[in-house]
Ligand binder design. Structure first.
Ligand code: HEC
Ligand code: HEC
Length: 290
């Protein structure tokens, strides 16, 4: 007893030191690049504009603290009226995801961004290339397949969960979905069209989705293309307000239908039970014996 106590007494501080050092080392070594690839690359690419702006030289435009708080919660800065945050949000109109990162991680990220800071002011420096969105063609079949993937009618090749597990889309051909995550009815427009949706599905920056679609479960290009097609149509058709109403009345109908089925089932089971009731037999016997 005493022995274990003393071991614990010594081991604790040592363990604590090991753990905290390895955490600090981990965050430093886990250099900003990894953090950037995992969390930011869906929307940002160095040298070009994607869903978000080109971040080349951003550490010269903005202070370190500004960047850190923008990553932590950009919308809070917009709401607080920070001039730079408001200006850039008005330009892109897509709210950037908030990242609850530690200060060590934020510093690692900023250090990584600094690596792209020194804009080479040489004569042959290329101006920032702006990717013009190539018009994307979706076929009817794409839309149908995307809807099937979305709601699980067609399994995803990598075995990941269907989107409807967590997301809802208001569309009269889709049963109501999960409320765990954002409604995606207007996600297509919100994410800036095909490039935005494809970027997010290719490397989801949200932990819940990263876990669901990482490694072998990664979505294929075909899945991403068709799901984008479906989301594009869902966004368009939601302009007619009817879609929302139909979605709701549909949910009501499913609810009512289910309730009636349950009633019928209960009634049937009950009748069978009554007929075979042991108590009934006993009662009859007793009645006869009176
Ligand atoms: C969902 C897409 C998305 C993700 C993911 C994302 N960003 Fe952004 N980011 C944007 C958009 C869009 C803007 C433009 C500002 C706005 O619309 O609010 C922006 C703006 C910024 C800015 C300000 C740029 C400037 O010129 O002032 C910085 C810095 C930034 N992002 C860093 C990051 C970092 C670092 C990550 C990863 C931790 C990240 N972003 C992840 C979409 C995203
Ligand atoms: C395990 C739950 C889960 C699954 C499954 C899932 N997502 Fe997500 N998704 C999230 C979470 C959490 C977010 C972060 C935003 C939020 O809180 O809604 C998100 C965000 C998004 C966004 C950005 C929305 C916005 O406007 O910021 C898109 C687009 C999206 N998901 C598409 C999909 C698609 C398409 C699928 C199916 C291939 C899918 N998701 C499957 C949980 C999930």
């Amino acid at each position: 007893m005493k022995l274990t106590l003393t071991i614990k007494g010594v081991a604790r501080p040592i363990l604590a030191t090991i753990i905290s050092t390895s955490m600090v080392l981990g965050a430093n070594a886990q250099d900003g690049e990894q953090l950037f690839i995992r969390n930011c690359s869906a929307c940002h690419k160095m040298g070009t504009r994607l869903v978000g702006p080109d971040l080349t030289g951003v550490t010269e435009r903005r202070s370190e603290d500004w960047i850190k708080s923008f990553i932590t919660n950009s919308q809070a800065m917009v709401k607080a009226g920070d001039a730079d945050a408001v200006a850039i949000f008005n330009e892109f109109k897509v709210p950037m995801t908030s990242f609850p990162l530690t200060d060590t991680e934020l510093t690692a990220l900023v250090d990584y961004l600094k690596g792209f800071g020194a804009k080479v002011e040489t004569a042959d420096a290329q101006p920032t290339e702006v990717i013009e969105e190539v018009p994307i063609e979706y076929t009817e079949e794409d839309v149908t397949n995307g809807r099937l993937y979305f709601q699980g009618g067609q399994r995803l090749a990598g075995g990941g969960p269907s989107c409807i597990t967590c997301h809802n889309v208001t569309n009269d051909q889709v049963i109501p979905g999960g409320l765990l995550a954002k409604d995606l009815t207007n996600a297509y427009g919100r994410m800036g069209g095909h490039a935005g949706v494809a970027g997010i599905l290719g490397a989801p920056p949200f932990p819940a989705m990263t876990n669901a679609y990482s490694g072998k479960a990664a979505l294929t290009d075909e899945e991403i293309h068709t799901i984008a097609a479906f989301l594009s149509v869902a966004d368009d058709s939601s302009d007619q307000d009817v879609a929302g109403f139909e979605g709701e009345s549909r949910m009501l109908m499913w609810g009512f239908g289910g309730l009636i089925l349950i009633f019928i089932w209960v009634a049937l089971v009950w009748r069978v039970r009554l007929r075979q009731s042991v108590k009934e037999d006993i009662l009859k016997r007793q009645l006869r014996s009176i």
